[in-house]
Design a protein around this ligand. Structure first.
Ligand code: GSH
Length: 247
């Protein structure tokens, strides 16, 4: 049974899963998922009408695997196992947890900026709805943003708290890679590197990720990008050296 990854090209969680799948040499096709709009069809496909759904979700012979960490761990088990060495499992999970805090905080800031940018809201719609049909579908983008705001509780969070959360993760990351020969743990490339690289997504998304220009601008935090320019250089080098593409 072929593997299908429900994902979004601009999503760091999807990128974490993609990176691990590519690294393990697993062939898969991607289906672009748009929050809210794609949900019903996706639920029918994966056979669950109740409960929360999230992307990335991998569908294949094993049944659905949701959550980027679980997908990556599964993929690594099919590959050479180097992303999750048994003796470092706990440390890797801890790094993933820390990096998730930066991503959740970054998503709040990015979604707020998208809400205030007409061109980014347009880019958030599936491609066929961005052209001549756009005037009819423009409200869908607002609905999508309202949906995510409610689902993830963005409204309650202050931007300062969110920035602080990102800073906390990145400062720890900076210290760790200095102390461990360029990797967060164990002096070699593991899933902790992928997590840390992805945690910079809402500071400055990696150039290889497909997203519209307006979306990219909304996902960029100029002040944090300046403050953590050294980590962005590290991240880009990490992509250069370790982001193998299967397709
Ligand atoms: N812990 C999950 C988090 C994934 C996640 O937050 N996905 C969001 C990305 S915005 C999502 O599915 N949003 C679409 C929706 O909730 O409908 C993972 O690592 O895969």
């Amino acid at each position: 049974m072929p593997y299908t990854l429900y994902s979004a090209s601009y999503s760091p969680w999807s990128e974490k899963a993609r990176w691990a799948l590519d690294r393990a040499g697993i062939a898969f096709t991607e289906v672009a998922y748009t929050p809210l709009l794609s949900e019903l069809a996706f639920r029918l496909k994966r056979g669950s009408l109740r409960g929360a759904v999230s992307i990335p979700t991998l569908l294949g012979a094993e049944g659905p695997i949701s959550d980027s960490l679980l997908i990556a761990r599964w993929a690594d088990g099919q590959g050479d196992g180097s992303l999750f060495p048994a003796e470092q499992m706990e440390a890797i999970e801890e790094w993933n947890y820390r990096c998730e805090a930066a991503l959740s905080a970054g998503r709040i800031l990015a979604t707020r900026r998208v809400a205030g940018s007409e061109p980014a809201r347009r880019e958030a719609l599936p491609a066929p709805l961005r052209g001549a049909l756009y005037p009819f579908f423009a409200p869908m983008a607002d609905l999508g943003i309202a949906f995510l705001t409610k689902k993830y509780g963005f409204a309650e969070a202050s931007s300062e708290t969110a920035e602080q959360a990102i800073r906390k993760t990145l400062e720890a990351g900076r210290l760790a890679i200095r102390g461990e020969g360029g990797h967060p743990i164990g002096g070699r490339f593991t899933f902790a590197d992928i997590a840390l690289a992805s945690s910079l997504h809402f500071v400055s998304p990696h150039a290889s990720l497909k997203m519209g220009e307006a979306t990219r601008a909304c996902f960029t935090h100029a002040a944090l990008a300046q403050e953590f320019a050294d980590l962005l250089v590290w991240r880009d080098a990490c992509y250069e050296a370790h982001r193998r593409r299967a397709r």
